[in-house]
Design a protein around this ligand. Structure first.
Ligand code: UDP
Ligand code: MG
Length: 189
């Protein structure tokens, strides 16, 4: 199976590129953020807890997110592979993901990190906020999310460099240009 992690700050294009990749490679898309938003819409207990973190720009605790991920992954066994979009977000989550995949005789194939400058990220997220209706796409929460990203998620770059799985991708330009860069890496896998 092809197990690809898309790493990158909020607004770096993970969701957009995931959508293109799943069509091209017939992979399953797992976005823990989207799963959490569905839980919030459905007003489940999990959704209520998740909302308190998401609306403050903070991460939902590892335990909860890992549970969701493990459950979702269980349903994807027979597929060609998975795109992990927005997960893992912390080192403990990365370690859990590795363990979950290894237990099933699988491994992470590659980690692609979309690199975009901070001001461009803020601009994109504010633009997205006009249509997305996402409660976390406002300037204050965006700044907090970026702060959390630097503190808790950015260390994953080093983690995956050490694992020999990390690929940096210029996340600027047209959507198709960025997708071509990703495809070039996929061809080497
Ligand atoms: N979130 C989280 N853990 C996850 C995925 C999402 O805590 O594994 C929360 C977190 O509060 C984050 C928000 O959900 O800021 C939105 O995540 P998503 O990945 O959808 O947004 P993106 O970073 O792609 O803009
Ligand atoms: Mg996203």
């Amino acid at each position: 199976m092809l197990n690809i992690i898309l790493l990158g700050a909020p607004g770096s294009g993970k969701g957009t590129q995931s959508d293109m990749l799943i069509k091209e490679l017939e992979l399953v898309h797992i976005s823990t953020g989207e799963i959490l938003r569905t839980e919030i819409q459905n007003k489940t207990e999990l959704g209520k807890i998740a909302a308190t973190y998401i609306n403050r720009g903070q991460l939902v605790p590892d335990e909860l997110t890992v549970d969701i991920l493990a459950h979702t992954l269980d349903g994807c066994k027979a597929r060609r592979g998975v795109i992990f979009d927005g997960f893992p977000r912390t080192i403990p989550q990365a370690e859990e993901l590795k363990r979950l995949l290894n237990d099933g005789g699988e491994d992470i194939s590659a980690v692609m990190e979309l690199k975009v400058e901070e001001e461009e990220l803020v601009r994109r997220l504010l633009e997205r906020g006009k249509q997305s209706g996402r409660t976390d796409d406002n300037e204050e929460t965006i700044r907090k999310r970026l702060e959390v990203y630097h503190a808790q998620t950015a260390p994953l770059s080093c983690y995956y460099i050490k694992e020999g799985k990390h690929h940096a991708i210029d996340g600027t330009g047209t959507v198709d240009e960025i997708f071509d860069r990703i495809k070039t890496i996929c061809q080497t896998l």
